[in-house]
Structure formats: C-alpha cells, structure tokens
Design a protein around this ligand. Structure first.
Ligand code: ADE
Length: 425
C-alpha cells in the first residue's frame, strides 16, 4: 500500500507486520557480526553524509542489516525489491516503521509494479546504486541518461549482474565505476557456493516436502552456485547429474564425482531439475516432452528465464496450484511437470534466501564497496573495479575472529623464503 502515514513514502504490504520483522531481523543479526562492526564504525564516521543511495536487493532480514548500516553511516537510503517474489513483507514493514527507511517492495508484486519501483528508485536521484542483477543500472542507462551526472558509482553482487555490466562496458555505455562485489573471494566462495547450495535445497524442501535421498537431481550449470547446489544435493543422498556448456567446468564436475551429460540425455532421467546457469531456456519444450511423469523443475539463477515456462504453458492442457509455490502442468502426452516458484529464484521464493552467516560477508563487501566509491569519488575510471584485496582479506579476518578461530602466521624465516626466488631444492 502506498502511504506517507509514517512520515516517509513507502509501498509495503502491511505495516502491522513490523513487530514480526523486528524479531526476525534481530535473530539474523546474531550471525552477522562483521556487518555489525562496520555499522558501528559507520555510525561514528558517517561516510555517507549527504549521499543519496538506492539499494535494489532481495528484501530479507539480512538486507535489513545492510540498509540499517548504510543509514547509520548517514546515507539517505531507499530500498526496492530485486525480484517480485523475494520480499519478506514483515521485514519491509519493520524497515519503514522502525527505521524510517523508504521501502518499495511487496512479495508477489507483478512485473509492472516491480518496474514502477525501479522508476521510484531512480526518482530518488541516487549518487550510489547497490544493484542486484543490474536492472536499476540498465534502466538508468536506457531511460535516464541525464541522471548519470549525479552518480558516483554502483555495486553489483550477482554473477548475472556482472555479466550484464561487462556487456554494458563492451558497448561503451558503462560510463561510471562499478564495484564487482560478486568476484570478491569473501563473497562468491561462500555466498554463491554454500549460500545458494543450502538455500536452494531449503526452498525445494519447503515447497514440496519431498525426500531427496535416492532422487536423481539434475543441476544445470557448474559455476560457484551450481557447485554448491550439487554438493549439498549429494549430501542429502541425491544421485547428481551436472549439465554444462563449459569444458573446464564439465571436467571439474566429473572429477568432483558427478555424472556429466547434455540436458537432452539428462531430461528423461531426472526426478528434480535445478537451473543455475544465468542463461535462458536451459530447460525447454524438447526437454519437458521427455521428462518422467511428475518431474520437478526449479531455478536458482537470478532471472526467471532459465526454464522456458512460456512454451510449457502453451502446451499444457491444465495448470494447477498443488501447494504453495508449486504448480503442476498437465501435458498432452499424459505426463505432468511440476514447476516451483514460477521459475524464479526458488531459494528466495519458497525459503528465506542465503543464511545470514554468508550474507554477513557479502553485505560487508557491499557496505565497504559503497564507502570505497564515495571516498574515491571522481578518481575511479569508468568500468568494473575489484574489491581491494586488503578489504577482502580483512573481511575474512573479522569473520574468523567472530567465529573464534585462530590461524597461523608466517615465521620470519617463512616470510623471507616466500619473498625470495634464490633458493629452490
Ligand atoms: N540473495 C540470496 N540470499 C539473500 C538474502 N538472504 N538476502 C539478500 N539477498 C540474498
């Protein structure tokens, strides 16, 4: 509902959900000590004083901690959803009611509302954009060229968004700096692998309540998200098939102990299919046609394009909601295909996204990337920039400290050895 009743503009489902959101945000905070330290420092130093900031993220308990940290740092921050199905309505309500952060996000919003919220975000005339999939940046470039002058830079945390930003740079339209949060080691090693791995299976289980042990599970894509998904699916007793288009990743999957084959061969064998490729129509008509009766299909890639639902819908005789986030498509060949979460990110549609402990590091990167952009305003070249290695290493150190884990350090003799080339065998 659009309202100005709490002094700030917002569009959330129901402000009375705020107490539940508050409780859940507090719970997530237990697992986010690194971001907490950054927030405490931001509150002292106010690095974002005078900065208008837009965050286009999944509106979760973890994102709430990021938004609160940015606001503590002085940012005039506005939050929109990065996916129509990923918003946690209680969290959105709490951010508005308790923290006076304008949020425009409702779980289940239609595509038109989603795009309207992207426009609302740009109406804020951001100096910094935290993007998740690059929709805000793409819209800025396509429709609001005149606002680029206001922008210090953007940050991007998804593999999909980074691929898009690279294409923008190649086309000469990325005329401002973009921080590549996704490629920080403290991001993709943990968030993409363990976060996607666990939360994808969590989403499938919450949506279907099926036993995974003994099932043939086809994982399409063996990037970091695919690796984590295959690893965790095997851990639950699944018999895993990986499909890939990249020969190196395919060898990696084979040597990690998985069967590798084209989707056309996997389609008749799988009980459950999970797409995590970042590309479109990885599962399409020719595959649906040969699937087992009742095969379950879902996606954990950023956009809802990996499964060709249009063609499935066009052939289906009937589509029935059989459980929450679970739709059964009845095919003319007498078999059915079950689609979870409308082909959108299953881990956020049917579950709660990546657990807080990994988002702690991802959002520490986001927060520090924003600070880096602002501190280096006017000094960074247009295009993608890595998170500085010392920032990445420091996030890892803080995380280890918070986990109570000590590690070794080099002795003087080892330091000398590692820095010299003179002595070999
Ligand atoms: N992306 C994946 N999981 C997430 C979470 N829990 N919060 C925000 N963004 C996410």
């Amino acid at each position: 509902m659009t309202a100005t009743s709490t002094r700030i503009k917002h569009e959330v489902k129901d402000l009375s959900l705020a107490p539940l959101g508050r409780q859940r945000i507090e719970w997530a905070g237990r697992e986010m000590p690194v971001l907490k330290q950054i927030r405490d420092r931001f509150a002292q130093e106010k690095p974002f004083a005078g900065i208008r900031l837009v965050a286009c993220c999944h509106v979760t308990t973890e994102t709430a901690h990021l938004a609160i940290a940015l606001k503590a740092g002085g940012a005039d921050a506005l939050l929109i959803a990065s996916n129509p199905l990923s918003t946690q309505d209680d969290v959105a309500a709490c951010l508005v009611a308790d923290h006076e952060i304008p949020v425009f996000a409702i779980k289940g919003e239609d595509n038109e509302t989603y795009h309207r919220h992207v426009q609302t975000a740009l109406d804020h005339r951001p100096n910094v954009i935290i993007d998740d999939g690059s929709d805000v940046v793409a819209t800025l470039i396509q429709e609001r060229q005149e606002q680029i002058a206001d922008l210090i830079g953007t940050t991007e945390e998804t593999t999909t968004g980074i691929v898009r930003l690279k294409a923008m740079f190649k086309d000469g339209v990325l005329t401002f700096p973009a921080m590549n949060v996704n490629d920080a080691d403290t991001k993709h090693f943990f968030d993409n692998r363990y976060g996607t791995g666990q939360s994808t299976l969590d989403g499938i289980i919450r949506a279907t309540n099926i036993l995974l042990a003994g099932k043939t599970i086809v994982v399409a894509g063996y990037g970091w998200c695919g690796k984590g998904t295959a690893l965790r699916a095997r851990g639950l007793g699944g018999n895993i098939i990986v499909t890939e288009i990249d020969p190196i990743r395919a060898i990696e999957a084979v040597m990690d102990g998985f069967r590798v084959m084209p989707m056309a061969e996997a389609a008749p064998q799988g009980d459950i299919f999970i797409t995590v490729t970042g590309n479109k129509h990885v599962i399409r008509a020719e595959h649906f046609e040969v699937m087992k009766d009742g095969a379950i299909v879902c996606n954990s890639g950023h956009f809802d394009i990996e499964i060709d639902l249009k063609s499935l819908g066009a052939t289906a005789k009937e589509v029935k909601e059989v459980r929450n986030f679970t739709q059964q498509y009845q095919l003319p060949n007498g078999k059915s295909v079950v689609v979870l979460g409308e082909g959108r990110l299953i881990n956020l549609a049917a579950a709660e996204g990546h657990p807080s402990a990994v988002m702690d590091m991802s959002f520490a990167n986001q927060a520090l990337a924003c600070e880096y952009l602002v501190k280096n305003k006017g000094k960074l070249e247009p295009g993608l920039h890595s998170i500085p290695v010392e920032v990445d290493a420091n996030i890892a150190k803080l995380k280890l400290q918070a986990m109570g884990i000590n590690i070794d350090s080099l002795t003087p003799e080892q330091t000398e050895y590692i820095n010299s080339w003179a002595s070999g065998t």
